[in-house]
Design a binder for this molecule. Structure first.
Ligand code: PD2
Ligand code: ZN
Length: 288
């Protein structure tokens, strides 16, 4: 590949750092590099290498943020294109699969009773949802996320333990690499604007977040009810919309913390009734 002959000159390195420090989004820097003739994969590698080195320079003594593709990812066993998977004795239907982004839609992952119980257990503990504050790695209230939410501890109840074991078997990823289950309730008009679930290495708060189990590699959004209107999970890069249906779930994974994974996704506004979901995020290492 001729493109691989492109190298990161000192001038290019300085230019990339200047763009990042001026607040340019990595995807815009990538676009500019592509416009000047860089092949996408080579430009991504150059960007990642430069920004990771820069972070290491700015934080001497701390490990650099992992920059390359993850060697292993959560992934259901879809060899032979099965229409049903067995997970801890529970039959889960495979409804839709997509390669890039890696998306799998499951049917019947949770029973109606499990959905009801999760809603009832979480309802008294719901608070206005927060998002990660990129500067500090802490939480902040954010207008782009107008839901209410809460987190269960991993293994908090027998119900949660059973669901977590089922997810681990389905996605072939250890229970202790999962964050605690998050419950979200969207009221009419509430939405979750498109975002990525990985932690962007360019943000200063990311190093602190990564101390608790490394990067996120995958997301499983489980629908606890069927809203009367709206509330699809959308993937704007590829024009995919997943309808929220009680008991079903959408899984997607990302092998690097980069928009080229095409995992930009959002929760479309709920137009009637409420929407309830449970989200399980899967980390690279043990989440503590
Ligand atoms: O509720 C959703 O559909 C949704 C959309 C985007 C949930 C999440 N992200 C999430 O929990 O990360
Ligand atoms: Zn998300």
């Amino acid at each position: 590949m001729a493109a691989l002959a492109q190298t990161i000159t000192p001038e290019l390195r300085l230019w990339i750092i200047a763009q990042a420090e001026a607040g340019c989004r990595p995807e815009d820097v990538l676009k500019a590099m592509q416009a000047s003739g860089w092949a996408e994969d080579v430009a991504i590698a150059a960007l990642e290498a430069t920004l990771t080195d820069r972070l290491a320079e700015l934080r001497p003594g701390q490990a650099a943020v992992p920059d390359s593709a993850a060697t292993a990812l959560p992934e259901p066993d879809l060899a032979g294109a099965p229409s049903v998977l067995q997970a801890e004795g529970h039959a889960v239907r495979v409804l839709t699969t997509m390669r890039h982004p890696r998306v799998v839609v499951f049917g019947g992952l949770l029973s109606d009773a499990e959905c009801e119980q999760l809603m009832a257990l979480s309802r008294p503990r719901l608070e206005r949802s927060k998002t990660v504050d990129n500067a500090t790695g802490g939480d902040e209230i954010n207008a782009s996320r107008t839901s209410d939410g809460m987190f269960f501890e991993r293994g908090e109840t027998a119900l949660i333990t059973r669901i977590e074991a089922r997810i681990a078997a389905l996605l072939r990823w250890p229970v202790n690499h999962g964050e605690g289950l998050q419950i979200l309730r969207y009221r009419p008009g509430a939405e979750y604007r498109p975002h990525h679930d990985y932690f962007d290495p360019v943000h200063p708060g990311t190093a602190k977040i990564l101390e608790r189990g490394g990067q996120r590699l995958g997301t499983l959004v489980m629908y606890l009810n069927t809203p009367e209107g709206g509330g699809a999970t959308t993937f704007p890069d590829v024009g995919l919309e997943v309808a929220p249906v009680r008991g079903n779930a959408v899984f997607f994974s990302y092998d690097r913390a980069h928009p080229s994974t095409r995992t930009l996704h959002g929760g479309a506004p709920v137009t009637a009734g409420e929407k309830w979901v449970a989200t399980k995020w899967l980390r690279q290492g043990v989440f503590v």
